[in-house]
Unconditional design. Structure first.
Length: 436
């Protein structure tokens, strides 16, 4: 085999692309990974909150996240890297999902039961007992912090679903690097500072990629895992006309503040809190810190981008004030600083906030896109999805009419990959937030 003609090229070395490269390499393929950045995970992955939670609005979403958690808890075994390598660490803190319209706890619990996810149902009293200092008030709907009713009294109290096996990964960029190192140990080659400018095709099949420096890489298989740049790569490939699901780049901010008293104690870290009632989410960070992000409430304008490269990585005062003030409404002991602290990244957002893991009408050209914001947690399993999909489709399987079904190694659950089809029907009632 010509070493300059790899069996597959993955475009994007974020956590998704690195996971895909690893699993393709495990099938015996010679893999090349291209990325315009300088290292694995230096794109949108580095701005991820890296939360591992299981509450999704679909069974496929829940089952995928639950299986992926088993890979994070066995991270060294999943990677098979030498013991001297620094590894990302999964912190099992649990997650609290507060009640809110559109996030029916009974429906979520039914999905948890079906997938085998452990959970507890808490009422307001249990919520206050487990999280001293929390305000269990119901404030729905989320409001602008400048709205005169923002500080109005609650209209009732909230319960929650608690999942003890949730948590977060402490270093998302390192997690991507871990996957890249594991892939490289199997022969995958990573090329950074390489920008794709054209996709070669002949008839109905991909033939290779052309790069900005003039190089050409011939290959029979391309996987688009380019994150916020995935839509642009599809346009270069001339694919997308058959998609019923679109993607757009969205700038988002995550802020960091001092954790309030009562949110964890000593070495214990407080749980992840998903708060659609106020439009925010929270998770612990090392050093007594708290990460605060948003859940795209209707009262907040969304910052869609034409070009992800134009996104300002610095946090803004208005977004910081809105998200951290909401967090302080839920955790009254939290102090809202005068200056913003945090960072901004770019999500690759599908119309229904569900990713697209699929083949395309261009033979040999696959997509792992629409992933940013809520798919970091699933990356190790997504690699397996794509590897099985490539194997089956390249062998002649008609995935469009008989979707591949992936049997999860740890939970035994079967995930129908048709749930992530590029041609799925977008449910008008689908969750249209980062919660999925």
């Amino acid at each position: 085999m010509n070493p300059d003609t790899p069996d597959a090229v993955v475009v994007g070395a974020g956590v998704i692309g690195a996971a895909v490269a690893l699993e393709l390499a495990r099938t015996g393929r010679q893999v090349v990974v291209l990325d315009k950045a300088g290292a694995a995970g230096h794109g949108s992955t580095s701005a991820s909150s890296a939360i591992i939670r299981f509450n999704y609005s679909t069974f496929a979403g829940v089952a995928t996240a639950w299986e992926a958690q088993h890979l994070w808890t066995r991270w060294p075994e999943h990677l098979h890297l030498p013991n001297d390598r620094p590894l990302a660490v999964f912190h099992r803190t649990g997650a609290v999902v507060l009640d809110a319209p559109g996030a029916d706890p009974a429906a979520t619990a039914a999905l948890f039961d079906r997938a085998g996810v452990r959970y507890e149902r808490w009422d307001a009293a249990a919520l206050r007992r487990h999280l001293p200092g929390i305000d269990a008030g119901r404030y729905w709907p989320p409001k602008s912090v400048d709205d005169e009713t923002f500080f109005a009294a609650p209209t009732g109290e909230l319960g929650a679903l608690y999942t003890p096996d949730a948590g977060f990964v402490d270093d998302p960029q390192l997690a991507a690097q871990n996957l890249a190192d594991a892939a490289a140990a199997l022969g995958a080659r990573f090329h950074y500072h390489r920008r794709v400018v054209a996709v070669d095709r002949h008839s109905d099949r991909v033939r290779g990629l052309r790069l900005a420096d003039g190089d050409r890489i011939a290959t029979p298989v391309v996987v688009n895992a380019a994150g916020p740049w995935s839509g642009a790569l599809n346009r270069l490939a001339g694919v997308g006309a058959e998609f019923t699901v679109g993607v757009r780049p969205l700038r988002q901010e995550v802020h960091q503040v001092a954790a309030p008293p009562g949110y964890g104690s000593g070495a214990a870290l407080g749980p992840v809190i998903a708060d659609l009632d106020l439009g925010t989410y929270l998770r612990a960070a090392p050093g007594g810190r708290l990460l605060v992000g948003g859940t795209e409430p209707d009262c907040d304008p969304l910052e869609w981008l034409d070009d992800p490269d134009q996104a300002d990585p610095r946090p803004t005062v208005p977004r910081f004030r809105a998200q951290v003030t909401r967090a302080a409404r839920r955790l009254p002991g939290l102090v809202v600083p005068n200056r913003p602290s945090g960072l901004a990244g770019v999500y690759d957002v599908a119309d229904d906030w569900t990713p697209v893991y699929d083949r395309t009408d261009l033979g040999g050209y696959y997509v792992a896109m629409g992933t940013s914001g809520n798919q970091f947690k699933n990356a190790p399993l997504v690699g397996r999805f794509l590897a099985e999909l490539v194997d089956r489709v390249e062998a002649g399987h008609d995935h469009d009419h008989e979707p591949v079904r992936h049997r999860c190694a740890h939970t035994g659950t079967v995930v129908d990959l048709g749930a992530f089809s590029r041609q799925r029907r977008v449910d008008p009632g689908a969750a249209r937030t980062v919660m999925g």
